[in-house]
Structures are given as structure tokens and as C-alpha cells.
Design a protein around this ligand. Structure first.
Ligand code: FAD
Length: 303
């Protein structure tokens, strides 16, 4: 069966629009990535379930993305079906100190909602351009906080289309990783717990964090945040700078002069150049500082 025929069948199965050969560069903050054979952004959980069952029946590999803010997608794209968990699953409800949020909720919107409800503990999310689902899988964090600390319950699907519920005690969150990634599930929602606080104070903390980001991060260029994880007790940015890699460039990808752990796309950059720059920086940091940097960004597709 051709991709076009599968596409037509899938479109008949779902309410949500399906895209054929969708450029992933439209869905990554680096603005990099070749075509996804089939691309679906489910409007609700039922469409997600149907897409999963369809993919399984046809033997199509499934790849999950959120807002693409931590992704390096190959120039050759992604084979099979890409499912984007986004606006279709982005309802937010506040009940006392609990926030129930869909996995597609943008983190800045979650932080804003919490602040307006007088709930502290989410300020650090205001400047992280991912979704709740991506943040849970990556255990996104900043300023000494991480999202895993606030989790009470997670709703997810397995790849066969079964709905699962995990209570906080069943999950493990570590530095930029969580057991949700190991379990290979698709997160659809979460219940988080905040700490009652004063709106003005919460707002002030959020504004301070955002101001610091604007000053220290090259937000005027497409990027994917920190490329490498910080090694224990050190910072990847400091090591990259110490190894003399600041401003190093491959094609149109550059180690940012402002923040060495951010690699910026100066315009028209490609994944193979990001990868070359990653390897070059890793090699020099290991040679000069004796530390093997580990990738924080997730690579998707064929490299
Ligand atoms: C300017 C900038 C600043 C950043 N600052 C920070 C920071 O301070 N701290 C930090 O931790 N990160 C930061 N990041 C990185 C990134 O925003 C976070 O890792 C974010 O949580 C990723 O969410 P996402 O929705 O974009 O996920 P994606 O990048 O789309 O995906 C990341 C991973 O999660 C998986 N995934 C996504 N959604 C789901 C889902 N619903 N179910 C299952 N798996 C899923 C994907 O398959 C992939 O493996 C920054 C990025 C940028 C561009």
C-alpha cells in the first residue's frame, strides 16, 4: 500500500486532520527536520487511541512529539506516523491546590494559570517553551526545581491504545529523565499540586526568571535550549567555553556567543551540521576537560 493510500484510510478513521510528508522543521524550535511520512495532531484522546490502533494494525512505527523544543530531527525525516500532542489535549482546570492539565498544555500557560490561581511552585516553567507532556518525560526543570516534584497523577496510553493511570509513587523522576520515558507511554494528562501563595510574589518571581532568560539566552535565534546535560557538579556551558568552543560554527549552526550550551540556527541550518558540531564539541571537551558530555536533546529519525 502506498503512503497516499494509508493517508486516505487514516484520514477516514480520524476526526483530526492528517498530513502527508509534513516537514518536521515546522514543529521543532530549531526549525530543522525533514518530512514525517504521516503526521497527526489528535483533537482528543479518542482520536489518539484510534491513531495508535491504526498504526499497530498497519505495522507503522509511531513517534511522539510535543512542542519540539528539545528535538533534533533528521534531515531525512521520520518514517511511519508522528503524533503531536498539542492544542487538542490542552485543557487546564484548577481545584484548590491541584491543577489538572492536558499533556499538550504549553508550560508558560500552565505557569500563568497557576500564578493567577495563587499557586506557587510552577514559576520556573514560565520560560520553558515545551508542553506538559514533554516536560514530564524529560522532567524539565530550572532554578533548582523540576516538574516531577509537583506530580500527583499521570494519565497516559500505551502504544496498543490502552489507557493507564500512574500515581506519583509509581513514577521516578531524576535529572532530565523520568520512568515515563522507560515505560514508553504517551502522556495525555497530569494532576499537579501547587503551594498556596500570594499572586504578586509569584508573579514577581516569574518575571525575574524570564528577565534572566532574556539576558542569558540567545532567544532571537531558533534553538533547542541546552544541548547537553550538566555533568554532576559542573555546567556544560562552562566546560564548552573552557574547551574553546564558544562561537564555533558548522554550516549555519553556531555555538552561541551568549550561552555556550545553546547551539543556534543562524538560518537554513540542517541536522547533519548540528550533529557535526555536537560531535566536535563533545570531542574537544573530553580532550581538554576530561568530561564526556551527554546529550539532553532527543534525536529522532534516521541519522
Ligand atoms: C529557549 C529554550 C529554553 C529551554 N529551557 C529549558 C529549561 O530551563 N529546562 C528544561 O528542562 N528544558 C528546557 N528547554 C528544553 C525543552 O523546552 C524541555 O525539555 C521541554 O520539556 C520539552 O517539551 P516539548 O513539548 O517541546 O517536547 P519535545 O521536544 O517535543 O519532546 C521531547 C521528548 O519528549 C517526548 N514527548 C513529548 N511529548 C510527549 C508525550 N505527551 N508523551 C510521551 N512522550 C512525549 C518526545 O518523544 C521526546 O522524546 C528549553 C528549550 C528551549 C528552546
Amino acid at each position: 500500500m502506498t503512503d497516499a493510500a494509508i493517508y486516505e484510510d487514516l484520514q477516514k478513521t480520524l476526526k483530526s486532520p492528517v498530513f502527508l510528508a509534513e516537514p518536521m522543521s515546522k514543529h521543532t524550535s530549531w526549525r530543522i527536520g525533514g518530512p514525517a511520512d504521516l503526521f497527526v495532531a489528535p483533537r482528543d484522546e479518542e482520536d489518539l487511541r484510534r491513531a495508535l490502533i491504526f498504526a499497530r494494525a498497519r505495522g507503522l512505527p509511531v513517534t511522539l512529539v510535543g512542542n519540539g523544543s528539545n528535538l533534533l530531527v533528521s534531515d531525512y525525516g521520520i518514517r511511519g506516523m508522528v503524533i503531536k500532542i498539542g492544542p487538542g489535549l490542552s485543557e487546564v482546570q484548577v481545584q484548590g491546590a491541584l491543577i489538572k492539565a492536558g499533556a499538550g498544555t504549553p508550560l508558560p500557560r500552565l505557569a500563568d494559570r497557576a500564578m493567577r490561581a495563587g499557586l506557587a511552585g510552577f514559576e520556573f516553567l514560565a520560560g520553558i517553551p515545551g508542553t506538559v507532556g514533554g516536560a514530564l518525560v524529560m522532567n524539565a526543570g530550572a532554578n533548582g526545581c523540576a516538574v516531577g516534584e509537583r506530580v500527583r497523577q499521570v494519565t497516559a496510553y500505551d502504544y496498543a491504545g490502552n489507557r493507564l493511570i500512574f500515581n506519583a509513587g509509581e513514577l521516578v523522576f531524576k535529572y532530565r529523565k523520568s520512568s515515563l520515558a522507560d515505560r514508553k507511554v504517551i502522556v495525555t494528562g497530569v494532576v499537579l499540586e501547587g503551594v498556596p501563595g500570594r499572586v504578586e510574589e509569584i508573579k514577581k518571581r516569574m518575571e525575574n526568571y524570564l528577565a534572566r532568560r532574556r539576558k542569558t539566552q540567545p532567544l532571537e535565534f531558533p534553538n533547542a535550549g541546552s544541548v547537553f546535560k550538566n555533568p554532576p557538579g559542573d555546567s556544560a556551558g562552562r566546560l564548552i567555553e573552557a574547551a574553546g568552543c564558544k562561537e564555533m560554527r558548522v554550516g549555519n549552526i553556531q555555538v552561541s556567543p551568549r550561552h555556550a550550551n545553546f547551539f543556534v540556527n543562524l538560518g537554513g541550518g540542517v541536522a547533519r551540521d548540528v550533529l557535526k558540531l555536537i560531535e566536535r564539541v563533545q570531542h574537544l571537551v573530553e580532550e581538554k576537560c576530561g568530561v564526556k558530555l551527554v546529550l539532553e536533546v532527543q534525536m529522532l529519525g534516521e541519522f
